[in-house]
Design a protein around this ligand. Structure first.
Ligand code: SF4
Length: 172
């Protein structure tokens, strides 16, 4: 019967664990450093073009959280853009699957200087779980010169923010 099952699913608690909230002080400290560093190097903005090169979408969920109300990167001038022509950073997730290699190369070729490449997640490092797949060329480094790898499966938004900060500070 459908109705008892429907009633049970409406009344019982969700099966997923509650998310661990990030420490507000950690977020504030990271964004403050990032804001200061990006202002001197990039004029108070950091435009990021995200490319899913073959990810399972786990890393994309964390990138989505980075743009949500908790981290809210846009208030600091950090934003995700739709075109690589407007981007300072090409942020690639997932292994580089063969069908996406050309798209990655073209996206990078469109970018203005400095054209940094950030590989996010264990898959972007070396192919991760998918490294032996016939469709996988390897990590993002197999296609593009990578400036920074942010490991994790998936890395947390704080870790991604920390990585972007390290990149901007190193280049400032
Ligand atoms: S690193 Fe983990 S979450 Fe990210 S694409 Fe690979 S398997 Fe998915």
């Amino acid at each position: 019967m459908l109705w008892p099952r429907l009633a049970r699913s409406l009344l019982r608690r969700p099966l997923t664990d509650a998310p661990v909230p990030p420490l507000p002080e950690t977020v504030a400290a990271l964004t403050e450093r990032l804001e200061a560093a990006s202002r001197s190097r990039l004029g108070r903005s950091l435009a990021i073009r995200a490319v899913n090169a073959g990810s399972c979408n786990g890393c994309e969920l964390e990138l989505g959280a980075l743009q949500g109300v908790v981290y809210d990167l846009e208030r600091f001038g950090l934003r995700f853009v739709e075109s690589p022509r407007h981007a300072d950073v090409l942020l690639a997730t997932g292994p580089a699957v063969r069908n996406m290699s050309e798209a990655l190369l073209r996206a990078h070729a469109c970018m203005p200087e400095p054209g940094w490449v950030v590989a996010v997640g264990d898959c972007a490092l070396d192919g991760g779980l998918f490294r032996d797949g016939y469709a996988v060329a390897g990590g993002i480094g197999a296609v593009l010169p990578v400036d920074l790898v942010i490991p994790g499966c998936p890395p947390s938004p704080s870790l991604i923010l920390e990585g972007l900060l390290a990149l901007v500070e190193a280049e400032a």
